[in-house]
Design a protein around this ligand. Structure first.
Ligand code: FES
Length: 126
């Protein structure tokens, strides 16, 4: 069974969409279930000011994307990079064991988007 919070984020996902000219973009997929998640981040002065996502996947993957986007907003890049699969599951009030892999996608996609941001920033400095 899904927690109330999972159902809420699945039925009313926050921050769905895309950021045009995002500072970082990260995409991950799961080969087994075929689900794909793309995260877009906006960073200002080291703070994650906006996060959007597009998720083609199961209900848990959508709820995970939504909560990850909320968890990351307002955090420093470093803090957001440290969001773990476990903290995502905790924040959602748990996920059924079969759905735990869905939570990995969220934290991974966010991290990829932030890594993309850091790589772009490094390039600009050169
Ligand atoms: Fe694959 Fe949920 S079933 S992400």
């Amino acid at each position: 069974m899904y927690s109330k919070k999972v159902m809420d984020h699945f039925m009313k996902p926050r921050n769905v969409g895309e950021i045009k000219d995002a500072d970082g973009v990260g995409e991950v997929g799961n080969l087994v279930c075929g689900d794909v998640m793309t995260f877009y981040v906006r960073v200002k002065n080291g703070i994650v000011t906006d996060v959007r996502f597009k998720t083609f996947g199961c209900g848990a993957a959508i709820a995970v994307s939504s909560i990850v986007s909320e968890m990351a907003k307002g955090k420093t890049v470093e803090e957001a990079m440290n969001i773990t699969n476990e903290s995502v599951v905790d924040e959602l009030g748990g996920l059924p064991p079969l759905k735990l892999h869905c939570s990995n996608l969220g934290a991974d996609a966010l991290r990829k988007a932030l890594e993309n941001y850091l790589a772009k920033k490094k390039k600009k400095k050169k």
